[in-house]
Design a protein around this ligand. Structure first.
Ligand SMILES: Cc1cc2nc3c(=O)[nH]c(=O)nc-3n(C[C@H](O)[C@H](O)[C@H](O)COP(=O)(O)O)c2cc1C
Length: 228
């Protein structure tokens, strides 16, 4: 028996899916499985009472360079007493966070940070992560990460009514491990950076060590293409 979602149908070479007919899990599977690879933010925060927290988020990207802005999509925690995940609660309380980018060496520790620890747990201790003091925010950085982006909360946008929020943060300070960025040209050495990206489903990741070069075209070059 077909378990294809209600409202989905074959349409020539396409399989068309009406999102209105999807269950939560089906929406997640399709979006998170098709929009890949996604960068991973290992977000470190402090609670209002000063407890350290770290958790990974792949509904994440940079969305503007002026003002320098990152976006995080943080899901609800699912209960009335605790509507928000600790990361989100901490960001709302302190208006600060640090995005630590995840390289291959950090994968295991990142996976520990994704465990659903009870509120008040210190994921730095659970995952044996060494903290480093930030320069402009109180939340600590994760020393082992190759890049840290200190951020101040700029805006939140509620998504639905189950505690999910889009968080926009302005980058106020950057730390990059030596050898990743050329300080004169600002060129990035991707092999030295060795970030991982999130793929479909739970538990699948990709390395970013495979590149395609495709120089951007100018309008003049495009128009001149037949004459060369
Ligand atoms: C690679 C990876 C990416 C994740 N991305 C997200 C995400 O974008 N949004 C989200 O709400 N949860 C995401 N999670 C789940 C959270 O990390 C998880 O719920 C975590 O326990 C939240 O911790 P906190 O309550 O300390 O904030 C992701 C988990 C993994 C392993």
């Amino acid at each position: 028996m077909s378990t294809a979602p209600a409202g989905s149908e074959r349409n020539g070479p396409w399989w068309d899916v009406d999102f209105g007919g999807l269950a939560d899990r089906q929406r997640y599977k399709l979006l998170a499985g098709l929009v890949v690879p996604r960068p991973i933010a290992l977000v470190s925060t402090l609670s209002a009472s000063g407890v350290r927290n770290a958790a990974p988020f792949s509904f994440f990207n940079v969305v503007a360079d002026e003002p320098p802005t990152l976006a995080l999509g943080i899901g609800g925690a699912g209960t009335e007493e605790r509507p928000y995940k600790d990361t989100l609660q901490n960001i709302l309380d302190t208006e600060e966070f640090v995005v630590n980018l995840v390289d291959e060496a950090l994968l295991d520790a990142m996976n520990v940070c994704a465990i659903d620890f009870p509120p008040g747990s210190d994921e730095f201790a659970e995952a044996a992560l060494e903290p480093a003091a930030s320069r402009q925010v109180a939340a600590p950085r994760i020393a082992a990460a190759p890049v840290h982006l200190e951020c101040r909360l700029s805006a939140t946008v509620p998504l639905g009514d189950r505690g999910r929020l889009l968080v926009l943060g302005e980058v106020v300070h950057l730390h990059v491990r030596d050898g990743v960025v050329d300080p004169d040209t600002l060129d990035v050495d991707l092999a030295a950076l060795a970030l991982i990206g999130r793929l479909h489903g739970r538990g699948w990741y990709t390395r970013t060590a495979d590149w395609i070069e495709k120089p951007r075209l100018t309008l003049a070059a495009w128009r001149a293409r037949d004459r060369t």
